[in-house]
Design a protein around this ligand. Structure first.
Ligand SMILES: Nc1ncnc2c1ncn2[C@@H]1O[C@H](COP(=O)(O)OP(=O)(O)O)[C@@H](O)[C@H]1O
Ligand SMILES: [Mg+2]
Length: 262
């Protein structure tokens, strides 16, 4: 069974305390929504979990092994995978090549032919096998999200962290992505889904984590968390700023910055 334990994690940037003693655990194939106002620390937590940042203090344990401070590729090998708010696909490579590259980088001694078969399976699962030989740059926004998910599935992670998987995705394709998430979750993978789209979060998650000022202020059943006074308080005044589905260009720019800086 998948076991993740985050123990009292702090992360500061100069004077900014981005994570302020975060603790939670995952047991098995949980489907968790991670929400919180802008600046709450969601991206920082993701970056700590996948090894981009070393926490200032605290520990992360994955399947009985301490992993905080390990480089990202080592953590990926041990089973944590994440997507980025803004796709990191290689635009001048084909869809198929985009799937092969991360898998081969992570397992340099494995046979290319095995990856090829696996890649075609993944593309079929995501019903984009007809795009295998298209350049990534020619895909629509929604197809790029599927490609990102496909690249992740190639690495067969135990815990999948999705950062804004629905941003800029057509509502119809959103439903399709829901189905893939639910299916992969049934196959035994745990998910942490970060989204500003509350409909998606409440449709998908069986457990909600709420971050505010670097602290987890609620952790539990979505229906209960929604009624929690501390959560309502944290979100007061947020509603007007946050469009529920469409991500404004400003936020995309912020995501780009994140993608290039982080
Ligand atoms: N690389 C960084 N350098 C300095 N401050 C950062 C950095 N990354 C995040 N922060 C700060 O940490 C806090 C949490 O940010 P972040 O994790 O991006 O929040 P969220 O993803 O929930 O919007 C914010 O105050 C943000 O400005
Ligand atoms: Mg963020």
């Amino acid at each position: 069974m998948i076991e993740l334990d985050v123990r009292d994690v702090y992360k500061s940037f100069g004077g900014i305390q981005a994570l302020n003693g975060v603790s939670f655990s995952i047991r098995g194939n949980e489907l968790i929504g991670l929400i919180g106002p802008n600046g709450a620390g969601k991206t920082t937590l993701t970056n700590v979990l996948d090894g981009v940042y070393k926490p200032t203090s605290g520990e992360v344990w994955l399947n009985g092994e301490r992993v905080d401070g390990l480089p990202p590729y080592q953590i990926a090998r041990r089973g944590i995978g994440r997507t980025f708010q803004v796709t990191r696909a290689f635009r001048r490579m084909t869809v198929l090549e985009n799937l092969l590259v991360p898998a081969m980088a992570l397992h340099p001694t494995a046979r290319k032919r095995d990856f090829h078969e696996r890649a075609m399976e993944v593309l079929e699962f995501l019903t984009i096998e007809h795009l295998a030989n298209e350049y990534a740059r020619s895909l629509s926004g929604g197809q790029q999200k599927l490609l990102e998910l496909g690249r992740l599935l190639m690495l067969d992670p135990d815990i999948i962290i999705l950062d804004e998987p629905f941003a800029g995705v057509h509502p119809k394709l959103m439903e399709t992505i829901y189905e893939y998430i639910i299916e992969v979750n049934k196959q035994g993978k745990a998910f942490i889904i970060i989204s500003h789209d509350m409909d998606s979060i409440f449709t998908l998650s069986k457990r909600l984590l709420v971050l505010n000022y670097g602290e987890i202020i609620a952790d539990g059943e979505p229906a209960k968390v929604k009624e929690d006074p501390a959560v309502i308080e944290a979100y007061l005044g947020e509603e007007e700023e946050e469009g529920p589905v469409v991500i404004p260009a400003g936020r995309l720019a912020e995501g780009m910055e994140e993608a290039t800086n982080g």
